[in-house]
Ligand binder design. Structure first.
Ligand code: NAP
Length: 260
């Protein structure tokens, strides 16, 4: 099985912490040169240092809440680094809350952050992937694509849009040696999960410990996932070994999702 990413260049978004950073670490461990993208420059510098490699890896400062900023940042970067072989689309999740209380601006903002920025990045990197006859696009979404999660109304809605965008894209680009797949994290121990648990405990008036226990009851593995466990699926989909896996959703959720 060929898992070697030597000579491949990966762009990993939302990668100063959590799942994105773990994915960057795993891709670097498989030999890829990694460029990180997020908003916070000092944290990007720290994350690049954590990747090791003595100057091999790099970063781009960009904010997914501003699609024009992302477009300019990637265009400037591609002037010096012509080819990105692996694109991991990822950013912070939309705020929680029931759909009946969601403001219209929350939907437009989530659509912009999650779908438009992914699309801008894909359009920028596709020519390089085509010329290399190698492309791996992995979108970090959520298991809500398969089964909506309570209290995440806006997120459930936008994740489904991203999944259908990705499936459509996968059909159009397959002929060029490019795959597009979605990784769907379950409850994964990151800051995002911390803030979801805080919101749950505040809104339902229970302790944080009780909120955690209630969430764990729904997970057959009876524990939260580690970011590295989600990263392993992302990295595998980026390898030569995964060339014939295209247009799928891969839950990494300890068995929580109640359908196939
Ligand atoms: N953790 C879970 O249980 C879970 C479950 C299902 C789905 N997910 C989804 O998986 C994705 C990653 O989750 P996570 O838990 O790793 O999240 P996280 O710990 O909150 O990390 C989010 C990352 O995205 C970056 N980011 C946030 N807003 C950004 C923006 N506007 N522009 C550019 N970068 C931005 C952050 O870096 P900077 O702050 O430095 O910019 C950070 O590196 C999210 O979409 C999340 O909703 C997570």
């Amino acid at each position: 099985m060929n898992l070697d990413l030597t000579g491949k260049h990966a762009l990993v978004c939302g990668s100063t912490q959590g799942i994105g950073k773990a994915a960057a670490m795993e891709l670097a461990a498989l030999g890829a040169t990694v460029t990180l993208m997020a908003r916070n420059e000092p944290r990007l510098k720290n994350a690049v240092a954590d990747l090791g490699g003595e100057g091999k890896h790099d970063y781009i400062v960009a904010d997914f809440s501003d699609p024009e900023n992302v477009k300019t940042a990637i265009a400037n970067y591609l002037r010096k680094e012509k080819i990105i072989h692996i694109l991991v689309n990822n950013t912070g999740g939309p705020p929680g809350g029931p759909i009946t209380e969601a403001k219209t601006e929350e939907f437009t903002s989530a659509f912009s952050n999650h779908l438009l920025c992914n699309h801008i990045l894909v359009q920028a990197v596709l020519p390089g992937m085509k010329s290399a006859a190698y492309g791996r696009i992995v979108n970090i979404i959520s298991t809500s694509v398969k089964q909506p999660l309570r209290g995440l109304g806006v997120s459930n809605t936008i994740r489904a849009a991203v999944a259908n965008w990705a499936k459509t894209l996968s059909i159009e680009v397959a002929q060029y040696g490019i795959t597009v797949n979605n990784v769907l994290p379950g409850a994964t121990a990151t800051q995002r999960l911390d803030s979801i648990l805080d919101t749950k405990s505040q809104k339902s008036g229970v302790t944080r410990e009780t909120a955690e226990k209630e969430m764990l009851k729904e997970i057959p593995a009876a524990r939260f996932g580690a970011p590295e466990e989600v990263a392993a699926a992302i990295a595998f989909l980026a390898t030569p070994a995964a060339a014939y896996i295209n247009g799928i959703n891969v839950p990494v959720d300890g068995g929580r999702t109640g359908n196939l």
